[in-house]
Design a protein around this ligand. Sequence first.
Ligand SMILES: [Zn+2]
Length: 242
Amino acid sequence: MRAELARIAAVLLGVLSVLGVGSLALAIAMRREPPAEVVTLPSVMVSSVDAAVIASSDAGTDGAIDAHVVYALDDVPRRPEIVSEGCPDVPLVDHEGMWRPALRVHPSFVPAVGALENAIRETAREVYDRDVAVMLSASSYRCTTVRRRPERISEHALGNAIDLRGIQLDDGTETSVGAHWHALGQPEEIHARFWRALVERIRDRGIFRGVLGPPAQDHTDHLHFDRGPSTFFQLVLDPTAR
Ligand SMILES: [Zn+2]
């Protein structure tokens, strides 16, 4: 009887171990490849609205962001050793206009700057009924890697990005991302509405492939715009989603 029980136990153990190996094999077979990378920085929040935009850019149907547009710098390698060797040798132009400090960008990026300027002017007219006197830049060309991702060259190092920190209106009123992005529900709410309207206009026109802003790490006091190879829209328009 005891031998019989031992035999049954051994058979059961065998079946269990086969099942174990089988389910492990099944788990490996069913493991899916991670989705294609659409973000370039870790630890940032993507709102549901923004996820929809990313999805539509993949579908390429509504033209909000046309993923099929090809830009002049798309084929430039972004390997890290490029920065350690010194930044890539790209042509650069200085663009002053209303910008303080003046911008330095790749010539192919100038139309994007023009489209951004139009969006800023139109949004200021709409929200404040005023003209813009000064556009405050935080950065344009800069030989660097992506913050916290030293293995990746920054679009700034190609003159393919710009950081906007604020604007000044023709009556001297100044607003900045750092001071007013979170002013919804506060006396200076009009500025928070300006920044949101601006970002929505930029998104709807598909001016840039990459948009970063609050509350993304290192982007709480400016908006980053680029035409790099990755399409992303990382900021939170709805403060209740924070
Ligand atoms: Zn930037």
